[in-house]
Design a protein around this ligand. Structure first.
Ligand SMILES: Cc1cc2nc3c(=O)[nH]c(=O)nc-3n(C[C@H](O)[C@H](O)[C@H](O)COP(=O)(O)O)c2cc1C
Length: 331
């Protein structure tokens, strides 16, 4: 099983950071279905330094949500140390620097994947983090900026020299955003050139794809991102599949509805009813999107305005899924 510095992780399958997705309710649902290691969505170090309310909401965690990594977005050295001082007493076991985010407004400001074009700056920032974080530091990269500048192996060697404890690599370039094939060759090259653990990311949508990435790249663990949306069962399934244990039966409509109801409750408890319900609309879409004949239901998602209407829609989904053959999925 992989270790990140002094942190031993009891699984080769981890929950990836996803902005607007992997909040505490989402992570809790994943934890209850076998996820052993997770990351927050990224937070800007400036938001930490300037006490942004939204940032501190993202930083919220609890005893069940452990071990947890914090992912930060930074483009200037001067904010890193003050941000690390602010979070000193918080229970994050790993601090990860995002050098992978492809979002235009971020890369134009020099954040995320833009750092792959500025290795010197990246190295300096990682050095500061390693010296002052008081816990293992990691970096999340892409294979490169575009197909003509695949530099993940150089960047990750540099990161290892700077003292990071592991490298996360999304096997796509910035130019590819989230589509197109995943470049296992580059992940394998990164793994072969480093002495620290390498964790692969990209299209881990099933236990089989988790195994394929581990085998074909030699990476130490994988991140599950979109593959966990509406499918928290993927963690236990992948674990069982990798260890050769018997797979759990696929969840039926009753179980899915129950998980949705508990996700709804947690979302309301975390954000309050108004925001909690609106955030849950997206969650509802995740859980229902692969079920045949569920489209009309998803079109009505805006009608979810309070807890009672959300519960009604969950029940409507459950009844409809049973009527259409229960566990039949179209994707
Ligand atoms: C909605 C969404 C939000 C994401 N936010 C982040 C983020 O905050 N930090 C990060 O490093 N990666 C982020 N990612 C990238 C994922 O962590 C992952 O590397 C990528 O989606 C590839 O995995 P997949 O093909 O299995 O989804 C995000 C991805 C999605 C789909």
């Amino acid at each position: 099983m992989p270790s990140i510095g002094n942190l031993k992780i009891n699984s080769k399958v981890m929950l990836a950071p996803m902005t607007g997705v992997t909040d505490l309710p989402y992570r809790t649902v994943c934890r209850r279905h076998g996820c052993r290691m997770a990351f927050t969505e990224m937070v800007n170090v400036k938001g930490v330094v300037y006490n942004s309310r939204r940032t501190f909401e993202i930083l919220r965690t609890d005893g069940e949500d452990s071990p947890l990594g914090l992912q930060v977005l930074a483009n200037e050295e001067k904010y890193i140390r003050p941000a690390l001082e602010k979070i000193e007493g918080m229970p994050f076991r790993v601090i990860d620097l995002n050098a992978a985010c492809p979002v235009k407004k971020n890369v134009l400001a020099g954040y995320g994947a833009a750092l792959m074009k500025d290795p010197e700056k990246l190295k300096k920032m990682l050095g500061i983090m390693v010296r002052h974080a008081g816990r293992p530091v990691t970096v999340k990269i892409r294979t490169g900026w575009d197909g003509d500048s695949v530099n993940a192996a150089d960047i990750s060697r540099m990161a290892e020299d700077a003292g990071v404890s592991a490298v996360f690599i999304h096997g796509r370039t910035r130019e590819q955003l989230y589509s197109g094939g995943v470049d296992y060759d580059t992940i394998r090259r990164v793994k072969e050139s480093l002495g620290i653990p390498v964790i692969g990311s990209g299209n881990v949508f099933s236990p089989e794809l988790a195994k394929k990435m581990l085998e074909e790249t030699g990476c130490d663990a994988v991140l599950v991102a979109r593959g966990s949306q509406g499918n928290p069962w993927i963690f236990a399934d992948a674990e069982n599949f990798l260890s050769g244990s018997r797979m759990n039966p696929r969840p039926g409509p009753d179980e899915i509805a129950e998980v949705m109801r508990s996700h709804l409750d947690m979302s309301i408890a975390f954000y309050g009813a108004f925001r909690g319900i609106r955030i849950f609309r997206k969650v509802f879409i995740y859980y229902t999107k692969c079920f045949i004949n569920s489209k009309p239901l998803r079109r009505k998602v805006v009608l979810m305005k309070d807890k009672a209407s959300a519960e009604d829609m969950i029940e409507e989904f459950r009844v409809s899924a049973v009527r259409h053959g229960g566990i039949v999925r179209s994707c």
